[in-house]
Ligand binder design. Structure first.
Ligand code: 6GU
Length: 230
């Protein structure tokens, strides 16, 4: 997969994906992440990428020309799925991560400033938000999206790190986990986990996952019950 990110702050993004699982995924060739500064595509001598809104009002608006010129300079841009990061987009979910992870080529635009010139939207296929809160720019949102979809590309996670039981794809939160020591400040690991009885361990884990989901995420719990009815 190739991911091209268009941003005014490439330094915010580039170092983040050098590390850990996404770093290794790039080394292995499972994904190539290219970060581009679209200020290079501005159309005036001041390299401006934003301007005041027509009709007045506070804040600056991202101009359409640098974005469209940057987009068209990318090889394969016609076929790529083009994503606009915006708090007005559709809410991002694990199921969308799964769908996006099957694309060969993604182009992701990170806005900054108060908004986009509305005409920018015509050049994108989908608008994504990562939740109902406002970030200063799309970069952190784009990084969350990239991280979550790259780990789903086959071969990126080892078997040991498998995403088979990701809580949100199962619609249940994960059960509690413990490792050494057996007792810390008087707090013991549940007996059943030390029993070596795999069937009982699985039963316990399922019950704990259900309890935790019902308590913390009643919305997911309801969905899970409905799903298991069918
Ligand atoms: Cl994609 N961008 C910004 N600026 N804020 C957000 C967001 C995106 N998703 C949630 N909040």
């Amino acid at each position: 997969m190739t991911i091209d990110v268009l941003t005014l702050f490439p330094d915010m993004i580039e170092p983040v994906f050098k590390h850990s699982i996404i770093g290794r995924a790039q080394e292995k060739g499972s994904v190539t992440i290219n970060v581009h500064d679209f200020r290079e595509f501005s159309v005036d001598k001041h390299k401006s990428v934003d301007d005041t809104p027509y009709g007045g009002g506070a804040g600056m608006v991202l101009r359409v020309e640098p974005v469209v010129r940057a987009l068209r300079a990318l090889e394969g841009h016609e076929q790529a799925l083009k994503i606009l990061m915006t708090p007005q987009g559709i809410p991002y979910t694990q199921s969308r991560a799964q769908t996006l992870s099957k694309n060969d080529h993604l182009i992701i635009l990170c806005g900054h400033y108060e908004g986009y010139d509305e005409r920018i939207r015509d050049y994108f296929d989908v608008e994504i938000s990562i939740g109902d809160y406002v970030l200063t720019g799309g970069e952190i949102a784009a990084m969350a999206v990239i991280d979550s979809l790259v780990r789903l590309i086959p071969g990126v996670l080892s078997n040991a790190q498998s995403h088979e039981d990701d809580s949100f794809s199962m619609s249940l939160l994960e059960y509690p986990q413990y490792t050494k020591p057996r007792i810390f400040e008087g707090k013991s690991v549940p007996e059943v986990l030390l029993s070596g009885h795999h069937e009982n361990i699985n039963i316990w884990r399922k019950e704990e996952a259900l309890k935790r989901t019902q308590k913390r995420r009643p919305d997911l719990y309801e969905k899970y019950l409905k799903k298991s009815e069918n």
